[in-house]
Design a protein around this ligand. Sequence first.
Ligand SMILES: Cc1cc2c(cc1C)N(C[C@H](O)[C@H](O)[C@H](O)COP(=O)(O)O)c1[nH]c(=O)[nH]c(=O)c1N2
Length: 210
Amino acid sequence: MPEFDDQFRARLHDLFAWRRDVRRFRSDPLPEDALGRLIDTACLAPSVGLSQPWRFVIVDDPARRQAVLENFTACNEEALGAFHGERAQLYATLKLAGLREAPCHLAVFADRETDVGHGVGRRTMPEMAEYSAVSAVMTLWLAARAEGIGVGWVSILDPDAIKATLNVPAHWRLIGYFCIGYPETEDDRPELERVGWERRRPATDLIVRR
Ligand SMILES: Cc1cc2c(cc1C)N(C[C@H](O)[C@H](O)[C@H](O)COP(=O)(O)O)c1[nH]c(=O)[nH]c(=O)c1N2
């Protein structure tokens, strides 16, 4: 078992603090083996019943990427229509995806119907499959940041249309569509905080005791 000393813990905290949702990417490609390595690491994530229900779809095809971009654009316009006044003005300025610039596109799904794990832990809570896939995403997100690679989560999408675009089984659930590449800039504050959309709450606001 490796030692995790104070110095390591401090560096790990830096990794958490400097992980960002990235929407602004440089156009240079990732090293050829990078995405495979990140997905390997993601597979170390915990999963309900060791079912590993995550499914990764690497999207290279330009026509499919274009369809995803159009899906996002339509959903984002619809989302804008739900805001009014200053909120709408601010929303219109937000950059909420780096689909055009990011060199890598990755869709992550959860397969609720997998037999792997024999159903342990998800009988009463079938959504544990999705939660497991999210834990894989989080692992990949941090592993990427440790290599200086940025990840941007895109959920402003019609998931059924994404499934059709990517030709995946109908019962898979879309967890997220991810833009991956080198970030244009680094920051220890979320972009949504920097532009005045929302602020990060301290942990003390988010804890109750019973
Ligand atoms: C489930 C889920 C879904 C989304 C996100 C995150 C998560 C967890 N986030 C990123 C989100 O805006 C971001 O995490 C917060 O603003 C905090 O910023 P940092 O991740 O700390 O940089 C996100 N960002 C974005 O620009 N477009 C999107 O569609 C989404 N969707």
